[in-house]
Design a protein around this ligand. Structure first.
Ligand code: FES
Length: 117
């Protein structure tokens, strides 16, 4: 099985997100997760995002993705949020193909991401 190295487990405490290959890998209150790292809006790197209430938040315009499903639960905000209907449209399109998910495993203190089936 192909796996992506994701660094030492000690470097992923709760609240932290970092990049590992094509994944943003994070720790949501002790629950590790991996989602593909390109935002469905304008492709910002979600590995630079933040974890908020079970969601991964895009660093550029604040779109939020459910950590458990990879679905966008809030569309882009800021100037984009002021355009009527845009956030809802982006969200609808993004959820046709949610972010990919991975399974984070720990082995000898190191983390790896396996593709979710
Ligand atoms: S690039 Fe992510 S919300 Fe705009």
């Amino acid at each position: 099985m192909y796996e992506t190295p994701a660094g030492p487990a000690a470097e992923l405490p709760p609240g932290v997100v970092h990049g590992a290959g094509r994944f943003a890998v994070g720790n949501d209150d002790g629950e590790r997760f991996a989602l593909t790292r390109r935002c469905r809006h304008l492709f910002a790197d979600l590995a630079a995002g933040t974890i908020d209430d079970g969601c991964l938040t895009c660093p550029w315009h604040g779109s939020q993705y459910d950590i458990a499903t990879g679905k966008m639960v809030r569309g882009p905000g800021g100037a984009f949020g002021a355009i009527p209907g845009l956030a809802q449209s982006v969200k609808a399109v993004a959820n046709v193909v949610p972010l990919g998910r991975g399974v984070v495993v720990e082995r000898d203190g190191e983390l790896f991401v396996h593709r979710a089936e």
